[in-house]
Ligand binder design. Structure first.
Ligand code: RFL
Length: 392
């Protein structure tokens, strides 16, 4: 089966579905190929905060109402130090540049519904996706795959968007000599659970000598807990009893209610960036090009920001014949990516070293505590933090 499309988007996560919607709004034709089923994609729970920069992207494209109606503002957060609460008023510190607290799967479901309502072509169960002729000077790319019925298909296109996450296939189509890869292991582990218990009033970071913990709302009746752990821990090391005992101890809240745990995993506390995020007519978007630790909540937001830059560049290339924005795509995105990697690493150090002295010693713990104190007492320090949370 042979067909053609301007753009083939590989992957229907936040990157792929944002890009697909923006291309549809721009009048640029695309086909989205997703390996998994629709229900799998709609139920995958991960991030929970859309930052201000992402909200602005959806506002600028005129889809904020469709995607964000009824979604609460992410207006403040609590940092609890040895059981003592400190509330940062992010709305005031950022001058009103707040994000929205939206579970990733809710955003995915809304993006998918909007794309399909607009007549979008989204194909689930696409297996064995393979890219050909990405950088050939005298031919255009071809994407081959097997559809959900097992039929071999072939799509000729002008551009391919690799939105297939960190373990996808598109990045592997790039010859290693064409890309520089940067990786960093943060040397800590994070054990995370999703639990059906009432969420905290505010997103909560907790610092104590027992180790770092965080608790974030994920909708009205659920929360995500993160617990610092040994880098080689596996989920089986964490019984439900141990999870709730450690959560209560670290959050300094003996009355924290336990409840059903619906998912347990160990998060890779590793960062990864490729440069450039382009090879010929293939453009890597989101986790396919970079991963960041969940500290700071930037993974999904970087994916949305990349998609915005690429959608604008493809619109210029396809509708106006102007390939300059495409030439600038990688550098434009990487500037933001490195800024957010720095923020995430800074926050990781701050939150972990101020509690657990076995990580970097007691001197570094005192430095981290001084930095924390500055956040609570210095308006410019609080504003700089809120500015980074806002993204951009
Ligand atoms: P995704 O979400 O991984 O989507 C990629 C899509 O591509 C599909 N795919 C393929 N399709 C076709 N052919 C192939 N060969 C394919 N291979 C893969 C996949 O099925 C999938 O549908 O990447 P994308 O779109 O770049 O989005 C990235 C974000 O999902 C990611 O950065 C965040 O979820 C990271 N993250 C968090 N980000 C935040 O901003 N805030 C958070 O609080 C936050 N918490 C988290 C997280 C990620 C987590 N995990 C499990 C990695 C918490 C966790 C536990």
């Amino acid at each position: 089966m042979r067909e053609s499309s301007r753009v083939v988007v590989i992957g229907a996560g936040p990157a792929g579905l944002t890009l697909a919607n923006l291309l549809q709004l721009a009048g640029v034709g695309c086909v989205v190929l997703e390996r998994q089923s629709r229900s799998y994609v709609e139920q995958r729970q991960r991030a929970g905060v859309l930052d201000y920069a992402s909200r602005r992207i959806f506002e600028e494209w005129g889809v904020a109402e469709t995607l964000l109606t009824g979604v609460p503002e992410d207006r403040a957060l609590e940092i609890r130090v040895d059981g003592e609460p400190h509330v940062l008023d992010i709305r005031a510190l950022s001058g009103g540049r707040t994000g929205r607290a939206i579970p990733q799967q809710m955003l995915i479901a809304r993006l998918m519904a909007a794309f399909l309502k607009g007549g979008g072509d989204l194909r689930f169960g696409a297996d064995q996706v393979t890219l050909h002729d990405l950088a050939a000077p005298d031919s255009t790319p071809v994407v081959t795959y097997r559809d959900a019925e097992g039929t071999a298909r072939e799509i000729t296109c002008d551009y391919v968007a690799g939105c297939d996450g960190h373990h996808g296939v598109t990045r592997t189509a790039v010859p290693p000599r064409e890309m520089t890869t940067y990786t960093y292991d943060h040397g800590i582990g994070w054990f995370t659970v999703l639990a059906d218990v009432p969420p905290p009033r505010l997103p909560l970071f907790a610092i104590s000598t027992h180790g770092f913990a965080a608790q974030f709302p994920r909708g009205p009746g659920a929360c995500r807990l993160y617990l610092e752990c040994a880098p080689d821990d596996v989920p089986a090391d964490w019984t439900d009893e141990r999870i709730w005992r450690q959560a209560r101890l670290r959050l300094g809240d003996e009355s924290l209610p336990a409840g059903p745990i619906v998912d347990k995993s160990v998060v890779e506390m590793r960062s990864f960036v490729v440069d450039p995020m382009r090879y010929g007519r293939l453009f890597l978007v989101g986790d396919a090009a970079h991963i960041i630790t969940p500290m700071g909540g930037k993974g999904m937001n970087l994916a949305i920001a990349d998609a915005d830059v690429l959608a604008r560049a493809l619109r210029a290339a396809v509708l106006d014949g102007d390939e300059e924005p495409l030439a600038a795509y990688s550098a434009t995105c990487l500037r933001r990516v490195w800024n957010q990697q720095e923020f995430s690493r800074w926050l990781t150090e701050l939150m972990h070293e101020s509690g657990d002295a076995t990580l970097a010693g007691t001197f570094r713990r005192q430095l981290a505590r001084a930095r924390l104190d500055r956040l609570f007492t210095s308006a410019p320090a609080g504003q700089a933090f809120a500015d980074l949370l806002a993204g951009g």
